[in-house]
Ligand binder design. Structure first.
Ligand code: SF4
Length: 376
C-alpha cells in the first residue's frame, strides 16, 4: 500500500463508531440485511436528529449515519435499540459480518440460515474472526453475491442443493439445510486454525492451503449483473455515489421495507412503481452508475482529495460499459476489488491504476485533475 493510507484494521459499528472528518460514523448492520418500513422511517428520523443528515450505504450493505457527536451518540443508540437495530454487545456486532441475497423468497432457506448464522456468531464460543472476515448467504435461486466481498459463501449448486464455499475455491462442500450453518462455523474454525498471518480466506488459499476434505461440487457461475429496475420482488434503486440525504430515506419509507445489497442499491420490497425521488437512480443507463467514489476529503480524515465532485464530473465522460473507481487514499474503501480504471489520491496528486485496486502500482503518477480529464 502506498504512503499515506492509514490502515485501521477495523470497521466502525454502531456501538463502536469511528471518528471521521465530519464527526462520528455510526454503522448500522440491519439484521437479515433488511429494514421494515417502520425501521426505514425511524432510521431517517434518528439520523436527522442525531447526525448531519447524510447517510452512506457501505460495500457490505450497511447503513452509515454520519456527523454524529459524542453527545448525540448515546441518544442515537437508544433509538436504534428501540427499533431492534443493535446487537447486544460490541463483540457480537463485530462478528456479525453478513451479506444476504436480496432476492430471497419466503421458505427458500435464506432467512433461516441468516438467523441461525447470526445466533451462532453471537455465541460466547464463536470463532474470533478477523474484522473484515465475512459470510455471504447467497441461497436464492441464482447466485448474485459472488463478486461481493465475503470469505465463506452459502450457495446452491446446479441441482439446487446447498453448498458451502471457501472464497477463492471453484468448488464447494455439499451440505443440507440442517447442516449448512454448523458447517459454515466449522469452516471458520478451520480458517482460524490454519490462517497463520492471513486475515482473508482467499489469501490463505492463494498461499497454497489445502481445504479440509469434502469440497468437490462445482459452483454455479453468476450471470446476474446488479442494476436498477423493477424485479418480481420490488424496485431496485441505486444511490448516487452510495450516499443519500435523510429526506430521501424518509421518502423511500413511504413505499415499503428495504433489503440492503453490497452494490449501493436498495430493493424496495413489493414496489411496482416509484415516483422520482431525488438522490435515487432508477435508470440503468445513468452515468453515475459508472463511477464509485469513497467518502474522500474532507469528510474522511485520511483522504488526500475530494472524490465525489470529481466522480460527478467524470461520470458523464465515461462511455457506457466503462467503470471507474475514485479513491481518496490507497485504502480503497469505496471499492475493495479491482476496477478497470482506478484513480487514487495521494499527497502529490492522483495516481492512475489500470485493472487493479487503489493500492496497486500505478500506470501513471502525480496527475492533476486536468490530466485525469484528458486520460479518461
Ligand atoms: S479510501 Fe476514502 S474513505 Fe477510505 S480511508 Fe481512504 S479516503 Fe477515507
Amino acid at each position: 500500500m502506498s504512503a499515506g493510507a492509514e490502515v485501521k484494521g477495523w470497521c466502525p459499528g454502531a456501538l463502536r463508531p469511528m471518528m471521521s472528518g465530519d464527526g462520528l460514523v455510526v454503522r448500522v448492520r440491519p439484521f437479515g440485511a433488511r429494514l421494515t418500513r417502520a425501521q426505514v422511517d425511524g432510521l431517517a428520523t434518528l439520523a436527522a436528529a442525531h447526525g448531519n443528515g447524510l447517510i452512506d450505504l457501505s460495500s457490505r450493505g450497511n447503513v452509515q449515519v454520519r456527523g454524529v457527536t459524542e453527545e448525540s451518540h448515546p441518544k442515537l443508540i437508544s433509538g436504534l435499540q428501540r427499533m431492534g437495530l443493535v446487537d447486544a454487545t460490541e463483540t457480537a456486532e463485530r462478528r456479525r459480518n453478513l451479506i444476504v441475497t436480496p432476492f430471497w423468497l419466503t421458505g427458500d432457506g435464506t432467512e433461516r440460515f441468516t438467523t441461525e448464522l447470526t445466533q451462532a456468531l453471537a455465541a460466547p464460543d464463536a470463532p474470533d474472526l478477523p474484522y473484515k472476515f465475512g459470510f455471504a448467504v447467497d441461497t436464492g435461486q441464482q447466485p448474485v453475491l459472488q463478486t461481493a466481498s465475503a470469505d465463506i459463501r452459502l450457495e446452491r449448486d446446479a441441482g439446487a442443493g446447498y453448498i458451502l464455499v471457501a472464497d477463492g475455491a471453484a468448488v464447494g462442500k455439499p451440505v443440507t439445510s440442517d447442516t449448512i450453518v454448523a458447517e459454515a462455523i466449522a469452516l471458520a474454525r478451520w480458517f482460524m486454525d490454519n490462517r497463520g498471518e492471513h486475515r482473508r480466506m482467499r489469501k490463505l488459499l492463494a498461499a497454497g492451503a489445502d481445504l479440509p476434505p469434502g469440497h468437490f461440487v462445482p459452483r454455479q457461475e453468476q450471470e446476474y449483473q446488479p442494476k436498477p429496475g423493477f424485479t418480481p420482488l420490488g424496485a431496485m434503486v441505486a444511490l448516487a455515489l452510495g450516499q443519500l440525504q435523510v429526506d430521501t430515506l424518509a421518502s423511500l419509507a413511504k413505499h415499503g421495507g428495504v433489503r440492503l445489497t453490497p452494490w449501493r442499491m436498495l430493493l424496495v420490497e413489493s414496489a411496482r412503481r416509484l415516483p422520482e425521488i431525488e438522490g435515487l437512480i432508477t435508470d440503468p443507463d445513468d452515468p453515475l452508475l459508472r463511477v464509485v467514489a469513497c467518502t474522500g476529503a474532507p469528510r474522511c480524515l485520511q483522504g488526500h482529495a475530494e472524490t465525489r465532485p470529481l466522480a460527478r464530473q467524470l461520470a458523464s465522460r465515461l462511455p457506457s460499459g466503462q467503470f471507474l473507481h475514485i479513491s481518496g487514499c490507497a485504502k480503497g474503501c469505496g471499492h475493495p476489488g479491482k476496477a478497470p480504471l482506478t484513480i487514487t489520491a495521494t499527497p502529490d496528486g492522483f495516481d492512475l491504476i489500470e485493472d487493479g485496486r487503489a493500492a496497486d502500482t500505478p500506470a501513471r503518477r502525480n496527475l492533476t485533475p486536468d490530466d485525469i480529464f484528458k486520460a479518461v
